[in-house]
Every structure is written in structure tokens, then in C-alpha cells.
Design a protein around this ligand. Structure first.
Ligand SMILES: [Zn+2]
Length: 447
């Protein structure tokens, strides 16, 4: 069957070579990189470069192909002959933004429509892929030119395919760093609550024991994972003394096998952990980034500082859909948010490296990704530091310093621009009006 189909396609290509080439060209728009002669000049009224603390004014950015060639004062700069000019002289130009914690395969999962479980039990993979295509376009529209997408929630290696589709120019989207399936243990991930006789599919790859743990990491790395995502805690509730308790999942030995394997491949491990034993194992096991980290002690923060562990807090998602106040779930929801605020403030004071992350997908993609900025600022982070957490700092975590998250010669031509001053009102970042990725304008609504 497969052979015959291939033979037929080969015949069609032989008979109609021009048709085949034409269709190819339609389906795969040429990227900025493929026309190295193209020179674009952006004139920026204000420029936040993602790295320095000062804002520059009246700047000229020369872009050749998909890279930034020069950044200089508009007065003294020479515009290369034949360059296309984009006038953003009334806007603030920033590097393309980076969200370090997303789920392109989730859509907020309204309980009224079956919630999380319906995604896995009812939706064809093609529907999930189509929805992920919309998620990545939504991110790009909002100026997020890079995402670290931390697992597909039962959609297997779908993120690898979406990443390929973006890189090959089939669909618009950000640069993706993907984690594929994620890893947890028996009793450590949905689907849950079904009859024990039923073998239910899970939203993550389930392992028990260091041998299975290492094998899962190998499989995921082999199939294209840029990061490995591990769930170190699962259920949480309010304990007898009013404290947040989190159920630990992987043992230290299991995690160490994963970290050892992943580091051997030159890749990093992101650990979902709220607090307590599971978080401590995440740190002792050598996790590279702590996701959420709702409830961390000062000693744990000190350990992170010493080990250089990144902190991706994802504040906004913990304010959505609280259960009623006088129920156990409602108390837990409120305790999560209050513990998180306290931890975030102490982490900032301790000098922990913080990156911007939203958990969007957990939040519907129809909501603004940039809602996390005012959340961080309301807890005491300066707008400039919040911007750096979504630019140069995230780039450092992704080992892409100088390539993304910065406006400087040699970096990829990824930009977002807004009307207004995000340092005065960080909420303006929710209204990105110009986006360029890889030297190509994706949108320009700057007035
Ligand atoms: Zn998440």
C-alpha cells in the first residue's frame, strides 16, 4: 500500500515537475534567511535592548537577512542603499519576547467541555495539532518569538512536529524549545479517578525505578526533546497547621538517572515542583529549572543560588478558577497563591535567577500572555527586570545568549514593539503592535 502510493507520487512528480515545485513554493513561504540580500532598517523611537538597564532613543537597526547587523544612533547612522525602512519612531522596540513555560497542546480546558480528560480521551491527534497551530500563532501575534514548551499533555511528540512545521515555513510560530512527553510516576499524573480495572492513558510518561526513568529520558531525547520535563510533585492540599503540602513523585535515584542521562546529551531538566520533599529532591537531584516553586524555604532558595538553578514561577495561572472559599480545594487554591507570592518576593531578595513563564495553555490562549508582567511587577519586580526575565535572562537559560532576547549585532532579527513606555506602565506589553521574527515582519499595526 505505502509502496504503491510512493510510486504514484514519484510518477506525478516525473510527469508534472513544475506543478510539484509550484505547490512546494506555495506551501513553504521562503524564509528571511533564504534571501540574504534583503536589508531592512528599523527606526525606533525608544529601544529596550533586553540586556542593559538604560533605554536608548532614536535608534537605527540594520537587519540583513535574518540577523541584526548594526544598532546605532539614527543621526549618525548610514542607511544601506536599497534598504527597506520601517518607521517605528513613535514606538518602543524590544527584543522578541520569550515565555519559558507554555503548553501549546492545552487550551485552558473548560470543565464544561470535558476539561483535561476530554483532550486525551476524545480529541483526534489531528484536532490537537490544529489547535496547537493556533496556539503558536497566538504567541507570535503577541510578540513572543520564542517559547519553551514544557510538555504535550498526552499528545506524544506532537510538539516536535509543530516545531518542524514552523522551521520549515508551513505555519507561523515562535522558535520552540520542546520537552515532548514529560515524566512522572505511578500515582503522579492524570488521567485519574477512573475504575481501577481500567488502564487509562496518562498525560505524561509514567516511570517507576531508575532504569525506567533513564529509558524514558533516552526515548524522549532520541525523539527530539530539547529539554526534559519532570513532575517532582503532584497533588497538593492544606495540612493540619495550615501549611501547603505537596505529594512527592520521583525518588532521588529516579531523578538522578534522568538528570545524568539528559546532561550527557548536553540538554537540561525542568522540574515541576511546589515545595516540601519533592522540591528538595528536585534540588538534590540537580534540576536545572524549578517550575512554579510555590512554597520554597530560605534554605532551598540558598541551595538554588549555590547551584545556579533557574526559577520559573508562573504566577498568573494560580489566580484562575479558585474553588469556593470554604472547601478544601478552595483553601488549597488560596494557600497556593499566598505561599507563591511570599516565595517569589524572597527569591527576588535572595538574587535567584528568575525567568518569565505563564503556564499558558493552562490559561486559555485567548488571554494575553503578557498578563504575567504586571503580576511580577505588583510583587516588587521592576518593569525592566520583568522584561529581562522574558528576554536576555531566558536566553541565558536556553543557552542562546547573544542570539535571542537581545537587540545587538549578530542576534536573530526577532522584535516586538509597543506604543507607550512599558517601564512606566508594564501593561502596554499586552498590546504588542509590531512583530518581526527571523528578519520577517509578521505584523505591523504601529500608528
Ligand atoms: Zn505547566
Amino acid at each position: 500500500m505505502t509502496f504503491r502510493l510512493h510510486a504514484l507520487i514519484a510518477l506525478v512528480v516525473l510527469l508534472f515537475p513544475s506543478l510539484s515545485a509550484g505547490q512546494q513554493a506555495d506551501a513553504r513561504p521562503a524564509s528571511g534567511a533564504s534571501s540574504p540580500a534583503a536589508v531592512i532598517v528599523i527606526r525606533a523611537g525608544a529601544l529596550i535592548d533586553g540586556k542593559s538597564d538604560t533605554v536608548k532613543h532614536d535608534q537605527l537597526i540594520v537587519i540583513r537577512g535574518n540577523r541584526i547587523e548594526a544598532v546605532s544612533d539614527a543621526g549618525s547612522a548610514k542607511i544601506p542603499p536599497g534598504a527597506t525602512t520601517i518607521d517605528l519612531s513613535r514606538a518602543t522596540l524590544l527584543p522578541g519576547l520569550i515565555d519559558s513555560h507554555t503548553h501549546i497542546f492545552l487550551q485552558g480546558e473548560d470543565p464544561a467541555q470535558g476539561g483535561y480528560d476530554a483532550n486525551i480521551l476524545k480529541y483526534p491527534a489531528s484536532l490537537r495539532a490544529a489547535r496547537a497551530t493556533v496556539s503558536v500563532r497566538r504567541a507570535l501575534e503577541q510578540g513572543f518569538t520564542t517559547l519553551r514548551d514544557v510538555e504535550t499533555e498526552g499528545a506524544g511528540y506532537g510538539d516536535v512536529g509543530i516545531k518542524e512545521a514552523i522551521e520549515d515555513g508551513y505555519i507561523p510560530g515562535p522558535r520552540l524549545f520542546v520537552a515532548t512527553r514529560a515524566i512522572s510516576t505511578t500515582g503522579g499524573y492524570p488521567l485519574e479517578g477512573y475504575a481501577p480495572e481500567l488502564e487509562m492513558p496518562k498525560g505524561a510518561q509514567i516511570i517507576d525505578g531508575p532504569v525506567e526513568a533513564r529509558k524514558a529520558a533516552r526515548e524522549q531525547l532520541d525523539h527530539g526533546a530539547d529539554w526534559i520535563k519532570v513532575y517532582m510533585t503532584h497533588r497538593s492540599w492544606v495540612g493540619r497547621n495550615g501549611e501547603l503540602v505537596s505529594q512527592p513523585t520521583l525518588t532521588l535515584e529516579e531523578l538522578k538517572a534522568i538528570v545524568d542521562e539528559t546532561h550527557g546529551w548536553g540538554k537540561k531538566v525542568a522540574c515541576h515542583a511546589y515545595g516540601g520533599i519533592g522540591l528538595q529532591r528536585a534540588l538534590d537531584g540537580g534540576c536545572d529549572s524549578i517550575e512554579h516553586g510555590l512554597d520554597m524555604t530560605d534554605a532551598q532558595l540558598a541551595q538554588m543560588l549555590k547551584q545556579g538553578t533557574w526559577y520559573c514561577p508562573t504566577l498568573s495561572v494560580y489566580y484562575a478558577d479558585w474553588a469556593p472559599e470554604n472547601t478544601p480545594a478552595g483553601q488549597r487554591d488560596r494557600k497556593r497563591a499566598s505561599a507563591h507570592e511570599d516565595t517569589f518576593k524572597r527569591a527576588m531578595k535572595a538574587g535567584i535567577k528568575i525567568v518569565f513563564g505563564t503556564d499558558i495553555g493552562g490559561i486559555p490562549w485567548s488571554e494575553p500572555i503578557a498578563q504575567e508582567f504586571p503580576r511580577m511587577v505588583s510583587l516588587g519586580m521592576s518593569p525592566m527586570n520583568a522584561i529581562k526575565s522574558a528576554t536576555s535572562r531566558a536566553a541565558e537559560m536556553l543557552e542562546m545568549s547573544g542570539q535571542i532576547g537581545v537587540i545587538a549585532p549578530g542576534a536573530y532579527a526577532d522584535f516586538a514593539a509597543v506604543n507607550g513606555d512599558p517601564l512606566k506602565d508594564v501593561k502596554v506589553l499586552e498590546n504588542v503592535q509590531f512583530v518581526m521574527k527571523d528578519g520577517k515582519v509578521f505584523r505591523n499595526d504601529v500608528k
